[in-house]
Design a protein around this ligand. Structure first.
Ligand code: UD1
Length: 336
């Protein structure tokens, strides 16, 4: 019989792609989402791609009692937890909201899981926990540093809470994402634009579409080959597949706690991303070089050997595919 997996934030960018891949792998995902950064229309996209319209509850995860009812009614085997705020800059302005939503939300979920005896969790973490690593590529044993932002700190604290809970019979896999970009190749699901994007790729596609005038490249005086920052961009479909592997691994592993870097292992500069976009789409992007952005780290890319060997997961899609899918998604969005 198909196993039921609860996906909090399952209508969001990474969540919706993961729901699709879980269905394809034979699981029954049920979605819990408060629609704070998504809409119910995402369900149409999921249904068109997968042929299945998953059960979806509009609920904030702080509602512990309702969560308990959902977990027990559906006999949930594991939870994939995406529901969290994720804007670095906003978290500096609204730290309390971030700690409340991301940390109290996690605790509420863990309480509901404990009450209903659901023991397996996949947690969305981030490469932000490493800050600027001294050695690259960064592996899971690299030291974690003090977070630059309240958002980053909620990921670090979330990880620490889960380590403590793992000593009480709760099994966790932490997936440390590098920079998720792109969209489903069908262009039926993707990242929903909300205001001015902070992240590079949505800013690129919105500039190319004429929604924004010009992209500013934040600094070209870093110690990198072309002076711009390096990140490990990963296609959201590859990232979604890592969650399927993580759920499978949770069922088998005896380890109560493990962390995995989820990246391609390849770093790209901002200018290389722009070049890949221009090459794939044939569009010349209007950009200028500006000042460095506060809090940006110079370079980071992943050593994902552990995920390759232990989870049996590997990223397959390259930067050109990421740009192509991000652009096709942008093109079908209603005009601004
Ligand atoms: C950061 C976090 C990531 C988090 C994400 C959420 C790190 C290493 N990464 O991603 O964990 O999930 O925020 O928002 O801390 N850039 C421009 N112009 C723009 C926008 C971005 O040049 O208009 C550059 C940035 O300077 C950076 C690169 O593009 O070098 C990527 O930026 P962005 O997409 O915002 O992601 P991170 O800051 O790496």
């Amino acid at each position: 019989m198909s196993k039921t997996i609860a996906v909090t934030g399952g209508l969001g960018f990474i969540g919706s792609h993961t729901v699709v891949e879980m269905i394809k792998a034979g699981y029954t995902p049920i979605i819990i989402d408060d629609l704070s950064n998504s809409t119910l229309n995402v369900l149409d996209g999921i249904e068109k791609i997968s042929g299945i319209r998953p059960v979806c509850y509009t609920l904030n995860i702080l509602e512990t009692t309702e969560l308990e009812a959902i977990l027990s009614t559906h006999r949930v085997e594991a939870v994939i937890h995406f529901a969290a705020f994720k804007a670095v800059g906003e978290s500096v302005i609204k730290p309390l909201e971030y700690y409340h939503n991301n940390i109290s939300g996690l605790i509420s979920l863990l309480n509901a899981m404990k009450k209903t005896n659901v023991r397996n969790l996949v947690f969305s973490s981030s490469c932000t926990v490493y800050g600027q690593p001294k050695e690259l590529p960064v592996n899971e044993l690299s030291p974690m540093i003090k977070a630059e932002s309240p958002y980053g700190n909620t990921k670090k604290i979330g990880e620490e809470i889960l380590i403590d809970i793992s000593k009480t019979g709760h099994k966790t896999i932490l997936l440390r994402y590098f920079n998720p970009v792109g969209a489903h190749p069908s262009a039926l699901i993707g990242e929903l634009p909300l205001g001015i994007p902070n992240n590079l790729v949505p800013f690129i596609t919105q500039t190319a579409a004429g929604w924004r005038n010009q992209l500013t490249v934040f600094g070209n005086d870093y110690k990198t080959p072309d002076g711009t920052c390096i990140r490990d961009y990963i296609h959201v479909v590859d990232l979604a597949l890592a969650h399927v592997k993580a759920v499978e691994h949770l069922e088998k592993t005896e380890l109560m706690y493990s962390a995995f870097n989820i990246g391609t292992g390849k770093g790209s500069t901002v200018l290389e991303v722009i070049e890949a976009f221009e090459e794939t789409t044939g569009i010349s992007l209007n950009y200028k070089i500006g000042k460095r952005r506060d809090g940006d780290i110079e370079k980071v890319w992943a050593d994902s050997t552990k995920a390759n060997t232990e989870l049996g997961w590997k990223a397959n899609l390259d930067l050109n595919q990421m740009m192509k899918d991000a652009w096709e998604w942008q093109c079908q969005l209603p005009t601004k």
